[in-house]
Design a protein around this ligand. Structure first.
Ligand code: PHE
Length: 356
């Protein structure tokens, strides 16, 4: 080849290479262009190989032209690479852009179920008197749910608690074979026996829990509901202690000025037995559906622990006296929140729960 031919070919290669660089649209394509033109077996090399056949005085000039092309192509490639990187960054930034002026998405916060919340509030207030919470079983024996609480079989007071039996119906309530009859506790009172048998006086116990009764369901009756039992046993405990604790309790829950009253009541496991009322929260004494026109709302039943019950709990009634009380947590939660239907607590309809 002549100098002129080589020079022409070099000029033409320069143009093609620069065009290909400009058209490469990603780093891999650039790399291919580099190999094709500047690589060991690339086009520039094969042209320059012909330099050896030129006259000696022409070689430096042609060689310099080859180097200039190589440098120009490399520079173009570097510029193109930077440009491609810039484009890629812009694309990424655009995709990741966030509009910080958009309103936030509200966090969905859970809250305590009204029964749990009421339970905790009761335990908090009575906790200030040293009452400590214990858990006792939901499945009980007839012995603890009734007999140990001074309610023998065939006692008419059993009618107060319509019972769901776990032991098969043909065996319940009396099992001639003598095995224990199991039932779902109808109240938290059997927990009194559990506590007396395990804790030494002075006892100040709270026994919250689910109870069950075989009842027709309506707005104020559920076959599944919650109670909170209180038990205090010590030497010299009197009815005045019960009165004092309950007054404080009623005032803490429903206001310091709210009138309270004790009425006689009846339970086989307390003697004497009382009912504890507060002035109706809804009508303030005028008379309404909540207080059944009496002007008073019954918070709980209670009394002095019957000597038979103390003895069944393993305690000597000559030495120890105690008081006990039991309340329906659902009923208390209902008046606290102005809810008229007990069934709402178990349905767990969020539209209801979110209002509280
Ligand atoms: N257990 C009784 C009930 O279910 C309430 C109660 C508890 C009464 C303790 C007196 C003492 O109605």
């Amino acid at each position: 080849m002549t100098v002129q031919e080589i020079t022409e070919q070099l000029g033409e290669l320069r143009e093609r290479a620069l065009r290909d660089v400009a058209e490469a649209d990603d780093p891999a394509a650039l790399r291919e262009v580099e190999v094709a033109y500047l690589g060991k077996k690339g086009q520039l090399k094969s042209i320059l190989d012909a330099i050896g056949g030129l006259p000696a005085e022409d070689r430096p000039r042609v060689g310099a032209a080859g180097n200039e092309i190589k440098t120009a192509v490399l520079e173009a490639m570097e510029r193109r690479r930077r440009r491609l990187e810039g484009i890629a960054l812009e694309v990424r930034l655009a995709a990741e852009r966030e509009d910080v002026t958009l309103p936030g998405r509200p966090l969905h916060r859970g809250s305590l179920h009204p029964l749990i919340e009421t339970n905790r509030e009761i335990a908090r207030v009575l906790g200030q008197f040293g009452f400590v919470t214990y858990e006792t079983p939901e499945v009980e024996t007839d012995e603890l749910n009734f007999q140990a609480l001074n309610i023998p079989e065939d006692h008419p007071a059993r009618d107060l608690w319509d019972t769901l039996y776990v032991t098969p119906p043909e065996a319940a309530p009396r099992d001639p074979a003598g095995g224990p009859t199991y039932l779902l506790r109808t109240h938290t009172s059997p927990g009194q026996i559990h506590v007396m048998r395990t804790v030494q006086p002075p006892i100040r116990a709270l026994l919250p829990g689910r109870c069950f009764r075989y009842e027709a369901v309506d707005a104020s009756h559920a076959f599944e509901f919650f109670q909170m039992e209180g038990l205090m046993v010590d030497e010299g405990t009197t009815l005045a202690d019960l009165r004092g604790v309950l007054d404080e309790f009623g005032h803490a829950l429903f206001g310091a000025d709210r009138p309270t009253r004790f009425r006689p009541g009846y339970y086989p496991f307390t003697e004497p037995s009382v009912a504890f009322d507060v002035r109706c929260i809804v009508c303030e004494g005028e008379g309404c559906a909540t207080c059944k026109r009496t002007g008073w709302f019954t918070l709980l039943g209670g009394g002095m622990v019957h000597p038979v019950v103390l003895r069944n709990g393993g305690l000597d009634p000559e030495r120890y006296q105690g008081f006990a009380f039991g309340m329906g947590t659902d009923r208390i939660a209902m008046v606290r929140h102005g809810i008229s239907d007990i069934r709402l607590f178990l349905e767990n309809d969020l539209r209801f729960l979110e209002q509280l």
